[in-house]
Ligand binder design. Sequence first.
Ligand code: UDP
Ligand code: MG
Length: 350
Amino acid sequence: MVTSLSDAKVPSALKHNPALAAVTNPYGNQASSQIALSIVIPIYNEVDTLPHLIKRVEQGVADYPDRYEIICVDDGSQDGSTDLLRQLAANHNHLQAIILRRNYGQTAAMAAGFENAQGQVIVTLDGDLQNDPQDILPLLAKLSEGYDLVSGWRKNRQDAALTRLLPSKIANFIIGKVTGVKLHDYGCSLKAYRAELVADMKLYGELHRFLPALAFIEGAKVTEVAVRHHARKHGKSKYGLGRTFRVLMDLFTVSFMKTFLTRPMHVFGSLGMASIGAGSVLGLYLGFVRIVLQQGIGDRPLLLLAVVLFLAGVQLFCVGLLAELLMRTYHESQNKPIYRVRERVGGRLI
Ligand code: UDP
Ligand code: MG
């Protein structure tokens, strides 16, 4: 839908914000023929929510001054969501459905959406209407203040206290400490990104929630905005307590990437050198004891320690060199998608 910026319903934050025009419309205030905003929604067994979802998202961005698209990625649903999406895509011009061959998980579904998004700005949200589409425009307004990523913060989260809220609180605390990004809520799917930020990020596991951290590592400006959160009305959550552990495992990956990815040799090389150095000093001392003092050293534990330190040092050094090679392969050769699209439906924009 294309409406003018002078529309009376445009929130004042949007209307009086010249920077937003630059985000939403790089060609000035005239609506461009290109899509400015892509809304990416992963869908897994959400048949009862889908019709409301599309309607609510369209209402949420009704005042958006430029062209937008909604990309629903069906992540191998078995409850009829797929057929319903096909129908909806046929009847809604803004809607494109991407149907994956099987259930790959939320992160892969989001990655499929990112890959197919045409907008300069990408907004993600859940397909169960726990996120409120009315919060999309405030997020965009914040993005236009010069941020690369704006994350939603579910200040009043409507989920089970013991199995969801408490583990999430602990996880958020640890993630903040490890990654150095200060956000209250990493798990909120409602986020706005500049498209170039996600363009070359490959997502695995549960990594989509670490996008702020990964983006931050890449030097992006990241902030958060409080958003509404509703209890699930239809369908049920796909996750339980188990996810917290998977998230924590992914945290190890992220913290590893943060430390080692760019210069592994700095870390492994220094450790290796220190270990070789310590082994050598001990070796010299033992040599002095054997040659100058003429004492036997064959039964001394120190000899074993010296040898182990020296060998461990050499190993660490070699791991550093290998990591340097791997790091180059990692950065230069990743063109492998983590999903396969079965078909695309709709998306014919006027
Ligand atoms: N989802 C998905 N693939 C999955 C699991 C979930 O695409 O394997 C989608 C799901 O349809 C929803 C979003 O990811 O739109 C978040 O899932 P859910 O609401 O179950 O998570 P919660 O809000 O309970 O954390
Ligand atoms: Mg949900």
